[in-house]
Write a protein that binds this ligand. Structure first.
Ligand code: HEM
Ligand code: SF4
Ligand code: SF4
Length: 703
C-alpha cells in the first residue's frame, strides 16, 4: 500500500481539526504565547523542575524506614509550608503525566510520530513510563495504605525472598534497604530524565526546552491554588495484617492496582503490553509520507548557509567545496532527518533546493505569477494568498477560494503532491466583484514563502495584496514555520509595505480567513489602506499577557491539574470482604539422602550438606481448612544445582469465622506429616500469617 501524505490522511486530519478547535477556544482569550495548549512539552519539563525543587525540600525531612517513614511524612505535613510543598509535589507529578499525555496526543493528531520523529516518539514513551515508575515509588515512600497495596501486590506477584521480607518477624530492619533503594531511585531517576530529554531533542535544531515565563507562572499559580483548596494527605499507616477496604488511589499512578485486582495480572499486563507496544511502534505501523527529502542542485548552491541556519530539524550540513564553482561551501541534506517542511526551500535565494516528494518553488511561483499576470492583464485586481498544506488539510481555506479552481498548466509539481485532488494554485473571484481575483497558493508550510516573491508580485506583477496566512506562532507543524518567514520579513523591512498582510488564524478556521478577505475587499472599495502589522520574532517570551489572557491560561491549567481530584478514585481490595491466609516458607530444605554415599555413617551432629553438598528435597505443602484442601503445592529449591532456599508466599482468601486449619508437609523421603493443627479466628479484612519456622521444623501462626 502506498503511504499517504499529510493532506491525504483524512481521518487523522479530522481529529486534528477537532483538537485545533479546542485550542482555538483558548486562543480567543489567550494568544499563542500564553495558551498553555501550545506549550505542553515544555510545561512537562517545567513540572519536572517543580518536582525536583519541592522534592529536594521533602528529602531533607523525610527518613526512610518502615518504622519512621510515615511519621516523617506527618511531620512534613505539620506546618503550612511543608504541607504546601508536599501538595505541590503531588499535584505536579499528576500534572506531569497529564501534560505528557496531552503533548503525546497533540503529536499524534498532527502526524508527528513517524519518519525522522521516531526517535522523539519512542524516547517520549520511555520517559512517560519512567515518570510513572518514579511516581509510584513516591507513593510507596509514604508508607500509608496506598504503599501497603503496592507492597501486597509486590508480595503476591514476586513472592520469593523479596516478598518474604515483609512477613519476617524483624520486618523493619529487613525492609530498611528497600526504603533506601526506592528513595534513591525516586530521587535519581528524574535526574536521568534530563538525559532522556536530551535524546528527545537530538533531531531538532534549537530545541526549546523552557515554557514561556508567563505560562510557567500560570502553572505555578494553578498548582498552589489547587494545593490550598485540597491539600494532599496520607491515609492510615500501612499494616500488612489488614486488607484495604477503601482508599483513594491516584488513577494516574496507582490505577493499575485496582484494575489488576479486578482483571488479573495476565489480562491487565497482556493488554498494557499489547496497547503500549503498538503505540510505541506506531512510527512503523502507521507511517505516512512527506514531501521530503530536500534536494540541493549543487550547481545552483552558493554556500550562503541560509538553509543551514533555518532548518528546524538539523538536517543540513555545510561541507567544504573544492569543485570549480568558485564557492567555498555546499549544502548537503541528511535525508534521514528531513521532514520535508520546505523551510529551506523558502530560505534559498537561488532556488537551489526542491523537495523530492513533490515541491518545486520555481514552478509554484511561476504558476502564481502566471495567474496574477493573466488577471492583471484582464484589468482585475489581484490578491495572492500564501497558505500552508495544514491550512488546506484542516479546512482552513474557504471553499470559494478553491472551487472551482481554474485549469492549471502542466508541470506544477506541488499540484498533486500537496493537495491531493485539489490544485495547489487556485484562482477565484471574491466579494461578488467581477473585477477582483484571489490567487491562492498552497505550500508545504508558510516558511516556504520566498520573500523575493512578495517584492516581485507587489511591484513587478501588479498584485494589489499579498496575504501570508499563518498559524499561531507556537502551533507550527514544523516547529518554526512562522518564525522563519517572520524573521526574513523583519530583516527586510522594505518589503513590509501596505500591500503585505500577515494573518494568523487557528488552522481550520476558514471563517476568519473569509472575513479577513471580505474586510480587505471592503477597505479597498472605500479606498482605505491597511498598514501591515507583523508580530515580533525575538523576545516573545518577554511579552506580558493581558489580565484576561493570564486569567484564562491560569484557570485552564488549574482545571487540568484539578482532574487529579476526581481521578483520586476510592478503591479497595476485592479480598477485603473476606479474610486471608498468608502461607510463608523460607527454608534451606533438607539434604537428599541420595547424596550421601552408601555405607557411610556420619558422626553425630555432622551436617551432611556441609560434607557432601548436593541437592535438597522439594517441600510439598497441603493446607486444609475445615477439612477442605485449599492449597496443595510442591516447591522446589531454587538454584541451578537445586540446593538454594525454598521461598514460598501464598495468599489464600478465607471466609471470615473460626476455622480448623491443618497443614501437612512432606520435605524428605517420608510421607506427609502434620505440621500444624489448630482453630484460627479469621476476622473480616484481616490477614493471618502461617509461617514455617526452621528451628521448630513446623508451621506456626504469627501474631
Ligand atoms: C517527559 C515527557 C516529555 C517531555 C518533557 C517532552 C518534551 C518535549 C518538548 C519540549 C518538545 C519540543 C521541542 C521543540 O520543538 O523545540 C518535544 C517534542 C516532541 N515530543 Fe515530547 N516530551 C515528552 C514526552 C513525549 C511523548 C510521550 C511523546 C510521544 C510518544 C513525545 C513526542 C514528541 C515529538 C514527536 C516531538 C517532536 C515534535 C516536532 O517534530 O515538531 N514526547 N517534546
Ligand atoms: S525540508 Fe525542512 S527538514 Fe528538510 S532540510 Fe529543508 S528545512 Fe530541513
Ligand atoms: S540556501 Fe541555497 S544557496 Fe544557500 S547554502 Fe542553502 S542551498 Fe546553497
Amino acid at each position: 500500500m502506498t503511504k499517504q501524505l499529510y493532506t491525504e490522511r483524512r481521518f487523522m486530519r479530522r481529529i486534528e481539526k477537532a483538537w485545533a478547535f479546542i485550542e482555538s477556544l483558548v486562543n480567543r482569550f489567550a494568544k499563542s504565547d500564553f495558551n498553555p495548549l501550545y506549550h505542553l512539552g515544555t510545561l512537562t519539563i517545567f513540572m519536572l523542575v517543580v518536582l525536583i525543587a519541592t522534592g529536594a525540600y521533602l528529602t531533607i525531612i523525610y527518613r526512610p524506614g518502615l518504622d519512621v517513614a510515615y511519621a516523617t511524612v506527618e511531620k512534613i505535613d505539620s506546618n503550612w509550608f511543608g504541607s504546601l510543598m508536599r501538595s505541590v509535589h503531588r499535584y505536579a507529578s499528576d500534572a506531569m503525566i497529564l501534560l505528557t499525555i496531552l503533548h503525546l496526543v497533540k503529536m499524534f493528531v498532527s502526524d508527528k510520530f513517524w519518519g525522522q520523529r521516531w526517535l522523539a516518539w519512542t524516547s517520549g514513551w520511555i520517559m512517560l513510563a519512567v515518570t510513572w515508575l518514579v511516581g509510584t515509588m513516591g507513593y510507596w515512600l509514604v508508607w500509608d495504605q496506598r504503599a501497603q497495596w503496592m507492597t501486597e501486590y509486590m508480595m503476591e506477584t514476586l513472592a520469593g525472598t523479596s516478598g518474604l521480607t515483609y512477613v519476617a518477624p524483624d520486618i523493619a530492619s529487613r525492609t530498611f534497604s528497600n526504603f533506601v533503594i526506592i528513595l534513591f531511585l525516586h530521587v535519581f531517576l528524574p535526574l536521568i530524565g534530563f538525559l532522556g530529554i536530551y535524546i528527545h531533542g537530538l533531531r531538532l535544531s534549537r530545541a526549546r526546552w523552557w515554557s514561556p515565563r508567563w505560562v510557567s507562572v500560570q502553572a505555578v499559580v494553578g498548582l498552589v491554588v489547587l494545593s490550598l483548596i485540597k491539600p494532599t494527605q496520607s491515609f492510615a499507616p500501612a499494616d500488612l495484617s489488614t486488607l484495604i477496604e477503601s482508599v483513594p488511589m491516584d488513577a494516574y499512578y496507582l490505577g493499575f492496582l485496582p484494575l489488576i485486582d479486578k482483571m488479573g495480572n495476565v489480562i491487565f499486563w497482556g493488554l498494557a503490553i499489547f496497547i503500549g507496544g503498538s503505540l510505541f511502534l506506531l512510527p512503523w505501523l502507521a507511517s505516512g509520507r512527506d514531501l521530503g527529502p530536500a534536494l540541493v542542485t549543487d550547481a545552483k548552491c552558493t554556500g550562503c548557509v541560509l538553509c543551514y541556519a533555518e532548518c528546524p530539524y538539523d538536517a543540513i550540513r555545510m561541507v567544504q567545496r573544492d569543485d570549480d564553482s568558485g564557492y567555498q561551501k555546499l549544502a548537503v541534506i541528511n535525508a534521514a532527518q528531513c521532514t520535508g517542511c520546505g523551510i529551506c526551500v523558502g530560505a534559498c535565494p537561488t532556488n537551489a533546493i526542491e523537495l523530492k516528494g513533490g515541491y518545486n518553488s520555481e514552478q509554484t511561483f511561476n504558476a502564481v505569477r502566471g495567474a496574477a499576470r493573466r488577471e492583471v492583464k484582464e484589468g482585475r485586481t489581484v490578491t495572492v494568498v500564501f497558505a500552508s498544506q495544514r491550512a488546506l488539510a484542516l479546512g482552513g481555506l474557504p471553499d470559494s477560494l478553491l472551487n472551482p479552481p481554474l485549469p492549471m498548466g502542466e508541470g506544477v509539481g506541488v499540484r498533486a503532491a500537496v493537495s491531493g485532488e485539489k490544485a495547489a494554485v487556485a484562482v477565484a473571484g471574491w466579494g461578488g466583484d467581477e473585477a477582483a481575483r484571489v490567487v491562492t497558493a498552497v505550500l508545504p508550510s508558510v516558511g516556504a514563502v520566498n520573500i523575493e516573491w512578495i517584492k516581485s508580485l507587489l511591484n513587478g506583477e501588479g498584485a494589489r495584496d499579498v496575504v501570508i496566512l499563518s498559524h499561531p506562532y507556537d502551533d507550527a507543524l514544523n516547529r518554526e514555520d512562522a518564525h522563519w518567514i517572520l524573521n526574513r520579513l523583519h530583516l527586510r523591512p522594505a518589503l513590509v509595505t501596505t500591500g503585505l498582510h500577515w494573518l494568523e488564524v487557528t488552522p481550520g478556521d476558514a471563517r476568519t480567513v473569509a472575513k479577513f478577505l471580505d474586510d480587505l475587499h471592503n477597505d479597498h472599495a472605500q479606498s482605505k489602506k491597511t498598514a501591515p502589522v507583523l508580530p515580533p520574532v525575538k523576545g516573545r517570551d518577554k511579552l506580558v499577557p493581558s489580565l484576561v489572557s493570564a486569567l484564562v491560561g491560569t484557570v485552564l491549567l488549574l482545571g487540568l491539574f484539578a482532574l487529579a481530584l476526581p481521578l483520586d478514585v476510592k478503591a479497595g481490595m476485592s479480598a477485603a470482604e473476606n479474610s486471608a491466609l498468608r502461607v510463608a516458607v523460607d527454608t534451606r530444605g533438607k539434604v537428599q539422602l541420595a547424596n550421601i554415599p552408601e555405607g557411610v555413617t556420619l558422626p553425630e551432629g555432622a551436617d551432611p550438606e556441609k560434607i557432601f553438598g548436593g541437592g535438597h528435597y522439594p517441600m510439598s505443602v497441603r493446607v486444609l481448612v475445615d477439612g477442605a484442601t485449599i492449597l496443595d503445592e510442591t516447591y522446589k529449591p531454587s538454584g541451578i544445582s537445586g540446593n538454594g532456599r525454598i521461598s514460598v508466599l501464598e495468599f489464600l482468601e478465607i471466609e471470615p469465622g473460626v476455622h480448623q486449619v491443618e497443614v501437612w508437609v512432606k520435605d524428605d523421603a517420608n510421607d506427609y506429616r502434620l505440621s500444624y493443627l489448630g482453630n484460627v479466628n479469621f476476622e473480616r479484612g484481616r490477614v493471618v500469617v502461617l509461617a514455617y519456622e526452621e528451628t521448630k521444623d513446623a508451621f506456626v501462626v504469627r501474631p
